[in-house]
Design a protein around this ligand. Structure first.
Ligand SMILES: [Zn+2]
Length: 84
């Protein structure tokens, strides 16, 4: 069924895609979490591709979307979790 799936915007490339094609980042108890089970609070979506992660990091798009500071170490861990 076309169009039945929720669509979200990738904060890296800004393309709108079906939610299942994106990785979700959210803040749970003040910590940045990848693909949280609990759907609560703010979240940001990213494609699972190195280009989008690099773009998002450069623009600090995730920090802005989630309103939390993200260290370079946090970011490296997340990126490795997704892309490796
Ligand atoms: Zn993207």
């Amino acid at each position: 069924m076309l169009g039945s799936e929720p669509r979200r915007t990738c904060v890296g490339c800004r393309q709108v895609k079906p939610r299942s094609e994106l990785r979700r980042l959210a803040v749970v108890d003040g910590k940045l979490v990848l693909n949280p089970r609990r759907i609560a609070g703010r979240s940001a979506y990213l494609c699972p591709t190195p280009a989008c992660w690099t773009l998002a990091e450069k623009r600090r798009a995730v920090e802005r979307a989630l309103a939390v500071p993200i260290t370079t170490e946090d970011w490296d861990q997340l990126r490795q979790g997704i892309l490796s």
